[in-house]
Design a protein around this ligand. Structure first.
Ligand SMILES: *[C@@H]1O[C@H](CO)[C@@H](O)[C@H](O)[C@H]1NC(C)=O
Ligand SMILES: *[C@@H]1O[C@H](CO)[C@@H](O)[C@H](O)[C@H]1NC(C)=O
Ligand SMILES: *[C@@H]1O[C@H](CO)[C@@H](O)[C@H](O)[C@H]1NC(C)=O
Ligand SMILES: *[C@@H]1O[C@H](CO)[C@@H](O)[C@H](O)[C@H]1NC(C)=O
Length: 373
């Protein structure tokens, strides 16, 4: 301004200069954000790829242990037993679908971990809507996860992989690995989950491990577990003792001598549904690293417990072989039978919905004699 006075410029010029200066200041104020963007170094390929998960170098698929086929009894085994023997050393499979980090960001009280076949979409949907719904029960957080492998035929696998991708995006509850989802690979599924849990959800106080065709009374489970310390041993379900391998070829549970010579199984809980504490999950995880995989998943967990010097126990509210009506005058579908139970095996999908609805009726009244334990 001082220099302007010396020059004695006319008023129009002053106005023009002021207006120009204001414009300049205004444009300087506005421009920095745009420039800053222009000044940034060009994005690196890694930066552009974010936030898609880092791509792992393609892993070579695990090779069959062909020396297994030299066993004199190998050739006469059914295909599932042969597959088990050839591939049981394989434990490292790529994760195809993961859950968001938020799954276990807040303390999880009860993690519902459900083994499901890739095509069981309807069962998963139903669980999400009924007893598996992620919610707080008495202020304690419940979270839901489905453990899934892949279909065996490449065509079917492409279809269900896309389905599971959609489910994962919508619900964030799918853990899928790239291995063939079969009955004799359920132990592999269990072991892969335990490994995943160690780094991703080790803080869950309790885990319900189960199948997608059980009805779990999750509210009752929370009440039951509230009396337990997650830092101490807990492994409860329907206890099975004093049994051994079934050597009859026709059985779903057929286990030949080439798999195990042992004629007895350790005590274990039926795989339909059982509860374990954080302490026991860690113990089982340790043991699973040492033991050879065994084709029957619930027996394998019994073996892990035995190795750790721990025992599974029975809970009368866990009925993996179903419930019988205590009297012929009452239907076994009466919600009052289920009101005090923790878990019951085998429900049809529509029954699951009806039972959940009935148990949540605020006016559900049951007389004493209908209680079954
Ligand atoms: C393959 O099987 C043989 C027994 O038939 C066993 O001794 C060997 O350790 C197995 N190899 C692997 C990689 O598991
Ligand atoms: C388990 O999965 C692996 C990997 O897909 C497969 O090679 C193997 O045959 C499967 N085992 C059984 C018993 O289905
Ligand atoms: C939760 O887990 C992390 C590691 O996974 C551990 O550092 C932390 O102490 C755990 N917190 C509780 C409350 O157990
Ligand atoms: C509970 O009450 C609702 C309406 O208030 C009724 O429709 C329903 O039938 C009742 N359920 C039972 C089990 O009594």
């Amino acid at each position: 301004m001082r220099c302007l006075r010396h020059l004695r410029p006319n008023a129009t010029l002053i106005l023009a200069i002021v207006a120009f200066t204001l414009l300049l200041l205004f444009s300087l104020q506005l421009s920095p954000p745009t420039r800053k963007v222009q000044e940034q170094p060009p994005a690196t390929p890694e930066a552009l790829a974010w936030p898609t998960p880092p791509t792992h170098p393609a892993r070579a698929p695990c090779q069959a242990n062909t020396s297994m086929a030299n066993h004199p009894d190998f050739a006469k085994q059914p295909k599932n037993v042969q597959d088990f023997l050839l591939y049981k050393h394989c434990r490292d499979f790529p994760l195809l679908q993961d859950v968001p980090p938020s799954k276990c960001a807040q303390p999880v009280f009860l993690l519902l971990v459900i083994k499901s076949s890739p095509t069981n979409y309807g069962r998963r949907e139903l669980l999400r809507r009924t007893w598996g719904r992620e919610r707080k029960v008495r202020g304690l957080q419940l979270r839901l996860l489905f453990l899934v492998g892949t279909a065996s035929s490449p065509h079917q696998a492409r279809k269900v992989n896309r389905l599971l991708q959609l489910e994962a995006q919508t619900h964030g509850d799918i853990l899928q690995w790239d291995f063939h989802d079969s009955f004799f690979n359920l132990t592999l599924k269990q072991v892969l989950f335990l490994q995943w849990q160690e780094t991703r959800c080790a803080n869950a106080s309790f885990v319900l491990n189960g199948d997608d065709d059980v009805f779990a009374h999750t509210d009752n489970m929370v009440s039951y577990l509230q009396d337990h310390d997650p830092g101490r041993h807990l492994f409860v379900g329907q206890l099975i003792q004093n049994v051994g391998p079934i050597r009859a070829l026709w059985s779903k549970y057929y286990v030949p001598k080439v798999v195990t010579q042992n004629e007895r199984y350790p005590p274990y809980c039926a795989g339909g549904g059982f509860l374990l504490s954080r302490f026991t999950a860690a113990a089982v995880r340790r043991a699973a690293l040492v033991l050879d995989l065994f084709p029957i998943d619930d027996v394998f967990l019994g073996m892990c417990l035995e190795l750790e010097g721990l025992k599974p126990t029975s809970h009368s509210g866990i009925r993996t072989s179903g419930v019988r009506a205590p009297s012929q005058h009452l239907s076994s579908f009466d919600p009052c039978f289920y009101r005090d139970l923790l878990l019951v095996h085998r429900f049809l999908p529509y029954e699951m919905l009806l039972m959940w609805d009935a148990l949540n009726q605020p006016n559900l009244t049951c007389s004493k004699q209908t209680r079954i334990y």
